[in-house]
Structure formats: C-alpha cells, structure tokens
Design a protein around this ligand. Structure first.
Ligand SMILES: Cc1cc2nc3c(=O)[nH]c(=O)nc-3n(C[C@H](O)[C@H](O)[C@H](O)COP(=O)(O)OP(=O)(O)OC[C@H]3O[C@@H](n4cnc5c(N)ncnc54)[C@H](O)[C@@H]3O)c2cc1C
Length: 507
C-alpha cells in the first residue's frame, strides 16, 4: 500500500512544506541525504511575505528575535559613499512585517527543524532518494541509507531537492536558462570595527559587492566577484583587497568562505503526474534582491494546503493542477527580472556605468524619499505583490482587491490573525450581506467581519464586500454572491471538515 507524501530534501523549502502539511494533519515522510541540517549561512534575507507565512504557523517572532532588521542601504561607487536609501519600516501600513530580515540560512533551518520536532516529526537524515518511477496511482521510490535500501510507494512526491534535483531528472523537465560567467564569493567575517547594521551595495567599473549584517552581533556577510585571474581554488585572501576597498570594511577574521556560480534557470514543468518540483529544484536566480529562498518557501506554502486537501479527500485531485501555473508564472518573471537587473548592475559598458554612477546613487534615494516610492520598492522586493490572477481558483474584483491577490493587511484590524487556522474563510470590512453570511454558514465557512475604517479603504477593500480567502492567505473570490459562493465550494468540495463560525471583530 502506498504512503501519502514523500518530501525529498530538508532545505528551507522541504521544511516549510513539512511544517504546513503537519499543521493540516496530513501524514508524510521527509528525507535528506545530508547527516543533519545545513551548516552554511547561504541565503540571508527573509522578506515580509515569508514572515507573514511563518506568522500563520506562530514562528515569525522566533525568526525575528534571531535576526537583524535591515535599516538602510548605503551605496558606494569606486570605494566612496555616494547615497543612502532609508529602508527602516519601508512597508509601514502594508504588512505587519514592514522590513527585510537578515538571518543566516543555517540558523533559519535550525528553527524549522526544531519546530517540526516539537510537532513530533523528525527529518530522516542520511537518507537519499535513489530511484523514482511513476506507477499508475503511486510513485515507486528506492531510498538509500548507508548500505540499506528501502523500496516504498507514495501517492505524491515533492521534489524539494535543490539545484541538482533527482526528482527533476526523473520527470525529465528541461532546466533551461544559463550560467553567468563570473564566479561569486560569499564570506562570513568579523570586521575590525563595530558591525554595520546597514546593507552596503558597492559598484565599480565591472565590479559589484554587497555587505550585510549576518550573525547577530557577531558577523557580517560579504558577497562579490572573484577576480577572473584567481578563479582556481580561490581563498579569502584573493578577494580581500577588492572587498575591503569596495565595501569600506577592514576584516579581522573569516569564519566561512565559499564560492558559487550563479545560474538563471526555470524548469520547463513544475509537475508531472504525482511528482512536483519546488524551490531550487524548479528555479534558480541571481542573488539580486535575495529572492531565491523566499520563492521556494512560497512554492511550499502554495502546494501544502492543496496536497493536504487532496490526500485527505477534502478536494478533488484537479485542485493540484493550479500549483504549476500559479508558481511557474511567478518564477519565470522573477528569473527574467533578476537577470535583467543583474545584467545592468554588472554591465561593464556605458549602460552599466550610467546606472552605477547616476541612477543608483541619485535616483533611487530620491524615489525612496517618498512613501509612494518606498512602498513600490517594498511591494516588489517583499513578494507581497505576488498574485495569481489567471488561476482557475481566482475570480472577481471589489475595490482594488481582485481574486488571486494576497489578502491585503489592514493596520489596526488584526485581519491576519484568523489566517493562523489555515482554512478557507470569508472576510469583509463593514457589513457582509445576510444572505451571503447564511450561505457561508450553510457551507461551514468561517466568516470574519471587521469594522470599516480608512485603513481598510487605503488597503483597497470595498466597504461591505466579502472576500473568500484560501488557506494560504490569497483571495479566491472577490465579492461573490451566494450562488457564486455555493458553485465555487461545490466545484472544489470545500465544505467538508469545517464548522459554523461567524465572528464580528471590533465592529
Ligand atoms: C553558497 C551559496 C550562497 C547563497 N546565497 C544566497 C543568497 O545570498 N540569497 C539567496 O536568496 N539565496 C542564496 N543562495 C541560494 C539559497 O541557498 C537557495 O535558494 C535555498 O537554499 C533553496 O532552498 P531549497 O530548500 O529549495 O534547496 P536546498 O537548500 O538546496 O535544499 C535541498 C536539500 O535537498 C537535499 N537533497 C538533494 N538531493 C537529494 C536526494 N536525492 N535525496 C535526499 N535529499 C536530497 C539536499 O541535501 C538539501 O538539503 C545561495 C546558495 C549557495 C550555494
């Protein structure tokens, strides 16, 4: 008999998928070929949308306590400071987490592994997915631990197995794109002077480097190019002079040094039958904007509730068809955007020089001096702009909020608190029509009515309109009437497993 779900890979993507499936009460196994959680600090930036997802699991505060909020970006050109962009609370009014958080990936993963263990789930470390083969209503796999091989069958396999994904190879998904010529270094260092709480972006003719707060009160992260004549087995000493000059830092100690080749690739498919690709297994980007890990976590959040609903018989299998179009569209546009940004930043010709000497130092601080500019930048980087307008699960528009949008957060209303239940629910600001509330009650959909306010209007809501919210905090239907609500829940079989619960909050 087949088991429900196998998660291959316990990086951030697989761990978040596991945590969310656990909260949905679904059984699964999670394996990783390594002997324990990652020890490299790799991805550092956690964006607001990711913290909102963690908030649903009650984990955001733990991550914030362990990390450092980025307050400002300081721009340097040719070794001199040329401008500052204030980031402090740049998303004020847009998210309960109006900042970007720096937390090294190993500390981040440790928090997730602990949270999973507290829920009674342990990662099966030292276990490698070897063979994988679709077999009608199951996927047959062979798992290797030491010199033992286990053969098993699962209803679904989630490939969270990173850039060299075995699952991606098994489903034959072409990993199209390319690899940038230059080699990057990443170093965690202790500076001679006090730690810098800001993100420093340094640009020079054909050169580019970043400096970020890393381990709280201890280390900083430096990222940059390895000089092309020193790409064979480079050490920190090969990049020290350039790094110190470009970034204005004097390094006392090097705790970790690694190099990596940056790719820009998206798999041709994120799904084949019962196998899914998530995270780096499906897409790789340049590090511009710190989007890679956050996007993998977004994939996991998107798939978790759909898989949970299907394996527990609460939704038809074709609910899973929405995963690929929702996530691949975003991954493609992200890879294209970060690729373009990366090309411009690192261009050695006139275009790059104009960008580095005029646009970055002058225009960006001027634009972000105003709320509108800061908010536009926050929406872009934080991933709160990610939406699924073309999904089969999205319809309607009321005010500025359309089906497929992230549920807008309203300052003072605490309208994200009910999302911790990870279930379908109906929200509205003002008074939702009684027949619609009755229809929702009849379908077992919890209803949350919040007091109308100028903040709700600013967030884009229409007074008295109702919004059907998915378990991942995205709007499915905006302003449905009772028959549209009934038709949608019948199509996706949403009524099962939920109970009558209508609440008026602060009205
Ligand atoms: C040196 C370096 C620096 C980076 N810096 C940044 C950065 O600054 N910003 C940023 O956004 N991103 C950065 N990244 C990328 C970021 O680390 C990834 O986007 C992120 O780790 C993706 O998470 P994931 O869970 O999808 O994959 P991974 O973290 O790669 O996890 C995949 C897991 O699957 C396991 N696995 C693989 N194959 C198998 C198998 N056959 N059986 C069992 N287990 C398997 C692996 O052991 C691994 O634990 C960096 C990456 C590297 C290598």
């Amino acid at each position: 008999m087949s088991q429900a779900i196998l998660i291959v890979g316990a990086g951030p993507t697989g761990l978040v998928l596991a945590l969310r499936l656990r909260r949905h009460g679904v059984s699964f196994r999670i394996i990783d070929q390594h002997d324990g959680p990652g020890r490299a600090s790799r991805a550092l930036v956690i964006h607001a949308r990711t913290l909102e997802f963690y908030d649903q699991l009650g984990l955001s505060e733990r991550l914030i306590e362990g990390g450092t909020k980025v307050e400002a970006v300081r721009l340097r050109e040719a070794g001199a400071e040329v401008g500052t962009i204030r980031l402090r609370d740049m998303g004020l009014g847009l998210s309960p987490f109006p900042f970007a958080l720096c937390l090294p990936q190993d500390e981040h993963e440790e928090i997730l592994v602990d949270a999973l263990a507290a829920e009674g789930v342990n990662v099966e470390w030292g276990t490698r997915l070897d063979g994988i083969e679709p077999a009608g209503d199951a996927v047959r796999v062979s798992l290797v631990r030491g010199d033992r091989e286990e053969r098993a069958a699962f209803a679904y396999v989630a490939g969270c197995d990173g850039a060299h994904s075995r699952v991606r190879a098994a489903i034959g998904a072409h990993f199209g794109g390319g690899t940038y010529d230059r080699l990057y270094y990443v170093a965690d260092v202790k500076p001679r002077r006090a730690l810098d709480p800001d993100l420093v972006v340094a640009l020079d003719r054909g050169d580019f480097a970043l400096r970020l707060p890393s381990r709280r009160g201890e280390n900083e992260r430096l990222i940059g190019y390895v000089p092309s004549d020193r790409e064979t087995d480079p050490r920190f000493e090969d990049v020290r002079a350039d790094a110190e000059r470009l970034l204005g830092v004097a390094v006392a100690e090097v705790n970790w040094f690694s190099t990596y080749q940056v790719h820009h690739r998206v798999a041709a498919r994120f799904r084949d039958g019962r196998c899914f690709l998530l995270g780096d297994a499906g897409h790789l980007h340049s590090p511009v904007g710190g989007q890679g890990m956050n996007t993998g976590i977004g994939d996991a959040v998107n798939l978790a509730w759909k898989l949970a609903a299907v394996v527990s018989g609460q939704a038809p299998p074709d609910l899973l068809d929405s995963y690929e179009p929702e996530r691949i569209t975003f991954a493609r546009s992200l890879v294209a955007t970060t690729d373009r940004a990366f090309q411009v930043i690192s261009d050695q010709g006139l275009r790059g020089r104009v960008f580095r000497t005029l646009i970055m130092p002058r225009l960006l601080p001027a634009v972000t001096h105003f709320d509108a500019g800061r908010h536009a930048m926050f929406r872009l980087l934080s991933q709160i702009r990610v939406a699924y307008p073309d999904s089969p699960l999205s319809a309607g528009r009321a005010g500025a909020v359309a089906g497929g949008d992230r549920l807008p957060w309203v300052d003072g209303a605490d309208n994200f608190a009910p999302l911790a239940r990870l279930e379908w629910q109906l929200h509205g600001f003002g008074n939702i029509d009684a027949p619609l509330v009755e229809a929702a009650d009849g379908l077992g959909l919890p209803v949350r009515q919040f007091a109308w306010s100028s903040e709700a209007e600013k967030a884009g809501y229409r007074r008295d309109a109702a919004y059907l919210i998915r378990p991942d905090g995205y709007v499915a239907l905006a302003a449905p009437n009772p028959s549209e609500l009934r038709a949608f829940t019948a199509r996706w079989q949403l009524q099962s497993g939920q109970r009558r619960d209508t609440r008026r909050e602060g009205a």
